[in-house]
Design a protein around this ligand. Structure first.
Ligand SMILES: Cc1ncc(C[n+]2csc(CCOP(=O)(O)OP(=O)(O)O)c2C)c(N)n1
Ligand SMILES: [Mg+2]
Length: 791
């Protein structure tokens, strides 16, 4: 049998997959292409590793598996108590303990050479004691090299006495604060820091480094545990104000209509001073729904970055050059709440990137009553971080100095690589979930250990006394003087009056809405409408436009604009966006595929058919234009993305944040954000938000799931009155406009008023192209406005 050879020659075309799958969006507002970094392990290091390849394999094994037999659990209740890790067995690597090996280039040590036994000892001290690092899962070689060098330096690092005393003082203050509250307010749930006091070295070190590095602002999200201790201990929150609240007094001056929130949600906005440097800290309000505040903090960070021309918004800098995001988690909530997965997946996406967040887990190894092993399926609560190649450093909270050292690495890693990193501080919880709860119903063995040990501050005080750094007398004095200050504050609480801290800075000139229906002229001069309308579909000469887009969308719009008639839904939207940009407001539209629009009607973002370059015509209307449209095509997430946009919206009233669900009925994946932030933020916290939510497509019919955006649920969520018409002071506005002009006015009204309210708009599908659902310029001209009812 003969085989016929095929003479067709396969032509292999070298294709850059990234180029195919990515937009080339240089200079699109809110996105700058990052320069490609080239990293090369030095030749001599590579040579050393080749020469000692077996030893190098052993070192790599410690870097990869050492954490499994580390001693990071302060209550020794761990799953890893027996340290038999086969991967660390010397036999695997053909090494005997007396063999001389080269350390240089292989493990970071002061010694250039040593025996395998020396190396084993060193590696154990680095990777298997009170710090356990996980970084070999990272994709980037430079990051791995950098982290191994930094972590391997740790055993040689010592802290100066001033730093040690600072750590001790903060921890003693925290412990005293818990004891003080325990005595003065016996029935209070304070969710104290007892057992987790080593969180203080994390914060003091990160904040100090941030100020030293000339960061301007820190935006922080954190849950209940230790929050009050931090507020009064280092965030300059007046204890008198806190005590006044505990006694049941209102949070806000009487002139405001607001209910306030529970104690464990209090916030700080303060300047932290370190020598002649300072950094501003904003600790965000959090709802009880654990972790829901994280995307909000990211969105607020991004808004601050935009306002201060940081990162993609600036000429020449990187994200978080000025503003840094910090997130604190509980161990159970971090692994249990899906919003964290969404946030991590957002972290490097264009238009959502904030330059990497620093995460601290206050890992007391229990969630309410649930022991760690029942609270997740992964080994560590931080394993989620691995999905974005984030390093994790676990540390034993009984060793505050080690906590401080790894915090420094976390900070420096974030600064160097602008990526997320996790510090997992393993600690314990002295009491039950709160101080009134008895933990021994469910965790008797653990609490036997906890009740028979010394507290972390006391252990550290003993250590420093033994080292001669402080005396017992100084420690006692520090505690006494702090308690005496707290006593003075308790007295001051009796006459404390809430300060008026609201509607300041970015919000200067804004106020709460009145109990009246006000009408705002949102009309626009016809010449400007014509200008904006034609600019909204203009593109550069060398731009390869999609032929269908040109034939339909662009041509039709130009005709309608020139006639000022038959203005359709998407044209009205473009006119609203463009005129707001013209007035200097920024507009950000976010959600899945929003640039094109789910129903292919919007096209605020055009894609060059040859180069994949994106273009946003509304950002090129005029050379002096000061407002810009950010088109944030999002990941397939509702909760984190909506939370993000809410956070963005509360930073400044001058930026219109719009979130569009792909189909209206998908909003319920973000129900937590609606319930705990959007509908209630002003009442709980006096946080106003003009966040505008587009929910297509109400009752247009597309099967059971897509035919309803469930408008009735939004109506139920309003505090609309039953006995009289609502004023502007309703908690949120819900509307279903039926003409393009109405939609135009609604969007513009969000920006021109002197207050902000969340707005839900049930948007259509069929009406987008329905011949009779059009408006004309006369309905958008000066003097026109949104009409609550058309008749
Ligand atoms: C989304 C959500 N579900 C449930 C709760 C009720 N809850 C409050 S605290 C808590 C335990 C949290 O454990 P962890 O995250 O480890 O923090 P810890 O209290 O141990 O500091 C639970 C389940 C909540 N607040 N939020
Ligand atoms: Mg916990």
């Amino acid at each position: 049998m003969s085989i016929t050879r095929c003479n067709i020659c396969l032509r292999l075309v070298k294709v850059n997959v990234n180029a195919l799958r990515n937009y080339h969006s240089e200079n699109v507002f809110g996105f700058k292409k990052k320069p490609k970094k080239v990293y090369q392990v030095p030749d001599e290091v590579q040579a050393a590793r080749c020469n000692e390849s077996n030893f190098y394999r052993l070192v790599t094994a410690y870097r990869q598996h050492g954490h499994k037999c580390s001693s990071i659990d302060p209550v020794q209740f761990s799953l890893n108590s027996s340290c038999l890790i086969p991967e660390l067995d010397l036999k695997r690597y053909g090494l005997s303990i007396n063999k001389e090996v080269t350390f240089s280039g292989i493990v970071n040590s002061e010694k250039r050479t040593g025996t395998v036994s020396d190396a084993e000892q060193l590696l154990k001290s680095i990777y298997c004691e009170h710090i356990a690092a996980e970084f070999l899962h990272l994709e980037d070689e430079e990051e791995i090299e950098w982290l191994s060098q930094e972590i391997e330096k740790l055993p040689r690092q010592t802290l100066d006495n001033d730093t040690k005393i600072k750590i001790l003082t903060e921890m003693l203050k925290s412990e005293s604060f818990d004891q003080f509250l325990g005595i003065k307010f016996g029935s209070l749930k304070r969710y104290g820091a007892e057992g987790a006091e080593s969180m203080f070295p994390f914060f003091t070190e990160i904040f100090r480094l941030a100020a030293e590095d000339n960061l301007e602002q820190l935006v922080m999200a954190m849950p209940h545990r230790g929050r009050l201790n931090l507020l009064t201990g280092i965030f300059n929150f007046s204890p008198a104000r806190m005590f006044s609240k505990i006694k049941g007094n209102p949070d806000f001056p009487a002139k405001y209509v607001a209910s306030g929130d529970v104690l464990s949600h209090l916030i700080a906005s303060t300047n932290l001073k370190y020598g002649d440097k300072s950094v501003h800290l904003s600790l965000l309000y959090n709802p009880s729904h654990l972790e829901a505040v994280n995307p909000v903090s990211m969105g607020k960070t991004r808004a601050k970055q935009m306002l201060s021309a940081d990162g993609d918004y600036g000429p020449n800098n990187e994200f978080s050059d000025k503003i840094l995001n910090i997130q604190v988690h509980g161990d159970a909530a971090l692994s249990g709440q899906g919003v964290n997965q969404e946030c991590l997946m957002l972290s490097k996406v264009p238009h959502f990137d904030v330059g990497g967040s620093i995460h601290l887990v206050v890992n007391n190894q229990v969630g309410f009553t649930t022991p760690a092993a029942r609270g997740r399926s992964s080994r560590y609560c931080t394993d989620l971080g691995k999905i974005i190649s984030a390093p994790v450093i676990h540390v034993n909270g009984d060793y505050p100095e080690e906590v401080l050292k790894v915090s420094k690495i976390a900070f420096e890693y974030q600064r160097k690589f602008r990526k997320d990193i996790f510090v997992d501080m393993n600690c314990y919880r002295l009491w039950g979930h709160n101080e009134l709860d008895d933990p021994t119903f469910t965790n008797p063995a653990l609490y036997n250990v906890i009740r028979s040990r010394k507290t972390v501050p006391q252990m550290y005080a003993d250590k420093l006394i033994q080292e001669g750094v402080v005396s017992e007398h100084t420690c006692k004095q520090a505690v006494e003087s702090y308690k005496s200050w707290l006593n003075d504050e308790l007295k001051a609480a009796e006459t404390y009056q809430p300060e008026d801290l609201y509607f300041k800075n970015n919000w200067d000139g804004y106020n709460q809405a009145q109990e009246a229906v006000t009408t705002w002229d949102t009309g626009v001069d016809t010449n400007l409408l014509t200008f904006v309308g034609s600019k909204s579909v203009e593109y550069p000469n060398d731009f390869n436009i999609h032929p269908t887009l040109l034939r339909t969308h662009i041509t039709n719009r130009l005709t309608k604009i020139s006639e000022g008639e038959k203005i359709d839904w998407s044209t009205a939207e473009a006119l609203a966006f463009g005129t707001l940009l013209f007035q200097g407001y920024n507009v950000r539209i976010s959600g899945q595929d929003v640039g094109r629009g789910t129903f292919c009607h919007r096209h605020v973002m055009m894609v060059d058919q040859k180069s994949n370059t994106t273009y946003v015509p509304l950002n090129h209307m005029h050379k002096d234009q000061s407002g810009f449209l950010e088109v944030a095509n999002s990941i397939l997430s509702e909760e984190a993305v909506l939370g993000y946009e809410y956070g963005y919206s509360v930073e400044s009233p001058r930026n219109l944040a719009i979130w569009e669900a792909q189909f209206g009925d998908f909003f319920n994946g973000a129900q937590v954000i609606f319930d705990t932030f959007i509908t209630s933020g002003e009442d709980k916290w006096l946080w106003q938000s003009g966040l505008t939510i587009l929910l297509p497509h109400g009752y247009d019919g597309a099967g059971p799931e897509h035919s309803s955006a469930r408008i009735e649920r939004f109506l139920q969520l309003t505090d609309s009155k039953e006995n009289k018409p609502d004023g502007d002071n309703v908690n949120m506005q819900v509307s279903q406009p039926s003409t393009p002009a109405q939609y135009f006015h609604l969007l513009r009204r969000q920006m021109v008023r002197n207050f902000r309210k969340p707005l839900i708009i049930i948007t259509p599908k069929t009406l987008l192209r329905y011949p009779t659902c059009t408006s004309n310029f006369a309905e958008m001209a000066p003097g026109t406005h949104f009409k609550p009812v058309l008749g």
